[in-house]
Ligand binder design. Structure first.
Ligand code: SDX
Length: 383
């Protein structure tokens, strides 16, 4: 069958009103707003509200939203216990997946009939908000646990991004750092039918519950061809070491046919629309932390690889070094992506639930021809 589209490349699987990715104009709209404008002007809470409700919140709606979000920031004891049972050297994406699974099992307990766990649109909007609020403490606890540090309590006087940094580092971050981190959350929040979002929609299409869909999406995002790339970019930067070693490193990497993480994209073929905005944030962090060496390595690898292969950076390329400068452990990078993308995933889950059809594509069989067990005599009733 010549119409097989491996990786569903170029296949339009459904409609969505949540975001528009346009490779022709190299643009990305969240509910009609260019992501660059949202990242530069809105607190991440307002972007989460926009993705779920379709409109930016009024001042009053944002105030109400903030009260509701801040009421659910604390690390739940049962979730902490679930993480604590994992080895200290578990991958943080496994910790986050376990934590969301625990939350889901607790919140859907008692729903005897699996359909009861699906929830109503209102219940799932509330579940989405609670996951959005809870993830920073979960991600921060993972990093602190690995560093032998106790968790810190959330701060109700800090907005989402500032509280996330407080929970992770136990001190108030400089406004320059908060702004850069807030921007990264908005840029990571949503990107139409990427692999993890589509995974969430497939799971939702079977009438499984929101938590199961988010757990599946976390599993998909962990892969280095997708969300795990931001972690992999930092590993590459540490492997290369400095700008003057880029050419030699790239010679060897390309000779081994390695994928250079942080470059390339299934949809954008002339550069990822989000990169300039995230690069601007990286530049402010390079200046704030006085790390021109990072800027030099970043620029040299980009110009070398683009020059040789004509493959451009994606969002993970600037976000990796940015998160490293802020002080996140490299293994914490993709969980940060989870905390941002949970808004997009849950917006798509709600959209799939509102207009559902079981997602079940076909396959072209290329195995052996039909054959039979020697001596088997079929029972007339089974024919
Ligand atoms: C994200 O879909 C989304 O929206 C995802 C995302 C989101 O917001 O949700 O944007 C987030 O996942 C960004 C991508 C992060 N992944 C990486 O940085 C991993 C490295 N990138 C590649 O693996 C690759 O670019 C993909 C997987 C991202 C996209 O690959 P495609 O579209 O399937 O294209 P391909 O792998 O078939 O590549 C086409 C050619 C191949 O060469 P040939 O085998 O034909 O000779 O380009 C080469 C590839 O080898 N190529 C690369 C490369 N990317 C493509 N070669 C080396 N390094 C790379 N990074």
């Amino acid at each position: 069958m010549s119409d097989i589209k491996k990786g569903l490349a170029g296949v339009v699987a459904d409609e969505t009103s949540i975001s528009k990715v346009n490779p022709e104009t190299n643009s990305l709209l969240y509910r009609g707003y260019p992501v660059q404008e949202l990242a530069s002007t809105q607190p991440f809470e307002a972007v989460a509200y926009l993705l779920w409700h379709g409109e930016l919140p009024t001042d009053e709606q944002l105030a109400e939203f903030r009260v509701a979000e801040r009421a659910h920031r604390a690390l739940q004891p049962a979730v902490k216990a679930a993480i604590d049972q994992l080895p200290l050297d578990s991958h943080p994406m496994d910790e986050v997946r376990m934590a969301v699974d625990a939350i889901g099992a607790i919140e859907t307990a008692g729903s005897g009939n699996v359909l009861d766990a699906v929830g109503t649109p209102k219940e799932n909007l509330e579940r989405s908000l609670r996951l959005f609020a809870a993830l920073p403490a979960i991600v921060a606890y993972g990093q602190r646990r690995r560093r032998g540090l106790e968790p810190v309590d959330p701060r109700d006087d800090l907005d989402y991004a500032a509280n996330f940094l407080w929970l992770t580092f136990g001190e108030e971050a400089d406004p320059v750092v908060v702004e850069a981190f807030n921007r990264s959350m908005t840029l990571y929040a949503e990107h139409s039918f990427n692999a993890s979002t589509f995974t969430a929609r497939v799971i939702t299409s079977t009438l499984s519950d929101l938590y199961s869909a988010v757990v599946g999406a976390i599993g998909a995002l962990k892969g280095p061809l997708h969300g795990g790339a931001n972690e992999a970019v930092q590993h590459i930067f540490e492997e290369i070491g400095s700008a003057e070693k880029v050419a030699e490193w790239l010679d060897a990497a390309l000779a081994e046919k390695r994928k250079i993480m942080g470059f390339g994209h299934r949809v954008y073929k002339r550069g990822d629309s989000r990169v300039p905005t995230m690069k601007a944030s990286l530049d402010t962090l390079v200046e704030f932390y006085d790390r021109s060496d990072v800027a030099e390595l970043y620029a040299t690898l980009e110009s070398e690889f683009v020059g040789r292969k004509g493959i451009y950076p994606n969002l993970d390329y600037p976000s990796g070094p940015a998160y490293n400068l802020i002080g996140f452990d490299t293994l914490t990078f993709t969980p940060l992506f989870v905390a941002a993308r949970v808004t997009g995933w849950t917006a798509h889950i709600l959209e799939q639930q509102a207009s559902n059809a079981l997602i079940r594509p076909l396959s072209a069989y290329n195995g052996v021809d039909e054959r039979h067990i020697a001596g088997y005599v079929p029972d007339a009733a089974t024919l």
